[in-house]
Each structure stands twice: as C-alpha cells, then as structure tokens.
Design a binder for this molecule. Structure first.
Ligand SMILES: C[S@@+](CC[C@H](N)C(=O)[O-])C[C@H]1O[C@@H](n2cnc3c(N)ncnc32)[C@H](O)[C@@H]1O
Length: 251
C-alpha cells in the first residue's frame, strides 16, 4: 500500500491529514466542492506550496431542495463568500471561484485536469451521487478524490434532516468505477483513480457497508458516539491552549 496513504492514519486533525497528503503528492491542480467560509481552502493554500490552481465550487446561496443544517439564507451566504475571499486573498492568483452548484459549474473545469478533488458539499444521497459522478471525469488517471462526512451513521443530523450517505455510497461508487477507497480518520475518505476496487478501512471502525446496518439501533448509537467523540477530540486539538494550561496540557 502507498506509504503516504498509510501515514494518514496518524494525523491529529483533518486539516493536517489533507495538507500532509497534498504536500507529499505535490498536488498542483485541485477543486473543493462545498467551500462554505473558506477555512479548509485557507489551510490548504497556506500549507501546500505546490498548488497552482484551486477551484472553489459553491453556490453560496440558499437551496430550497437541500435539507441540511448548513443551508442558511442568501445574505448570510453572501458574508460567507466574502469571508472566503478574505481568508484566501493571499492566494488570489491561484483560486478560481465558481459560484454555483456542482451541476451548474462543473463543466468549467476541463476533463482529466485535476490531481485532486475534495468533496464536501451536499452530503445527502442525491448530493454525493451528483458530486462523485460529475467530479470523477475531471480527475486525471492516477489522481485522487477525497471527501468529508464519511460518517458512521446516516443519522448524523438526526431525523429532522435528510440522512448523510457519503458512507456507504462512496464505497459503492468506488466499486462501480473499479477504484480503491480508503476510510481515514476524522470521517474522511480517499478514492484513488487507478484500476482495482478494494475497500481499505484504515480506521477499523466501519464493520460493514450495508444500508441495512444503518438501521440497527446498536450501530446508530455506536456510530453516533464514534463520530461525536472524534469531532470533540479534533476540535480540542485545534483550540489553542489557554494561558493557564500546564506544560503537559500543551504537549
Ligand atoms: C460543510 S460546508 C463545506 C465546508 C468546507 N469544505 C470546509 O471544510 O471549510 C457545505 C457547503 O456545501 C455547499 N453546497 C451545498 N449544496 C451544494 C451543491 N449542490 N454543489 C456545491 N456546493 C454545495 C454549501 O453551500 C456549503 O457551503
């Protein structure tokens, strides 16, 4: 197995995971689907000096057909776009802002031009299907698709919202196109655009890829706990230590 991928298991946050991967692979052209306030983009652009082109795909507007907690109103989305522009101003010559849904703007990215795409937009079954199917031809052979919210339970946001189905759909997609897919820490996944399907769970925390498993109460509770504890841990690691913290707290 690619040592760079195996090494991702030791990452302490998703930002560290992807910046190390992108630096190691010397990624030059990439896209982010679902940019929101530009935090991920800013981290990646400041840490990865190999990047020459960074496409930012996001409608930055309210979507009537997207029932997820991040779907806010148009005016707030306008401030998020301004925040993204300010956060990534230092890399203005590298970024290409494509304001629209994946289906509205994806054709502006040439086929087989991307080394890497990060899928973090609409995580519903409809959204992840549209994103993976449309992004796949944009990635060159030997390139990668990464993504967020490979959640252990589709009830990530409770039953008031549409389920999150990045997992297991991304695994089914990888099987359909005949590519290897890795489950990584921090609810991340990585698909390698090379022939040969295999699901490699580097976290040892996805016991099966069935949809039926998603309806078992024990699985739902275990999945919810795994994801919640993981999020709390990585947020703690990102929070700067308080002034009164002891030396061992900071280690
Ligand atoms: C979870 S946020 C992205 C967070 C960001 N990647 C980060 O790590 O900082 C999800 C974003 O997906 C966008 N989105 C929702 N539906 C979309 C679609 N159909 N196409 C592209 N982006 C979409 C939303 O506008 C929102 O900004």
């Amino acid at each position: 197995m690619d040592e760079a991928v195996r090494g991702l298991s030791a990452s302490t946050t998703r930002y560290q995971l992807w910046t190390e991967f992108l630096q190691t692979k010397r990624v030059e052209s990439m896209a982010e689907i679902g940019v929101y306030r530009g935090r991920f983009a800013a981290e990646v652009l400041s840490a990865c000096d190999s990047i020459r082109t960074y496409y930012m795909v996001d409608p930055w507007r309210h979507l009537d057909d997207w029932n997820k907690p991040s779907n806010t109103d148009d005016s707030r989305f306008a401030t998020y776009l301004a925040e993204t522009e300010a956060n990534t101003e230092f890399a203005a010559d590298k970024r290409v802002i494509l304001r629209g849904t994946t289906l509205e703007v994806i054709d502006q990215i040439p086929d087989a031009s991307l080394d890497f795409a990060y899928v973090d937009g609409d995580h519903t079954l409809r959204g992840i299907s549209i994103d993976l199917i449309n992004v796949w031809p944009k990635v060159r052979t030997g390139g990668w698709i990464g993504g967020d919210d490979f959640a252990h339970t589709m009830w990530q946001h409770g039953d008031r919202f549409e389920p999150t189905l990045v997992f297991p759909f991304a695994v089914y997609f990888a099987e359909a196109v005949g590519a290897r897919i890795f489950a990584l820490p921090h609810q991340q996944f990585l698909i390698c655009k090379e022939p040969g399907f295999e699901f490699v769970d580097l976290t040892d925390s996805y016991p099966d890829t069935t949809l039926q498993g998603q309806f078992r109460l024990k699985r739902v509770l275990r999945g919810w706990l795994t994801d919640t504890i993981g999020i709390l841990r990585s947020e703690r690691r990102r929070t700067p230590p308080a002034k009164s913290a002891t030396h061992s707290d900071q280690a």
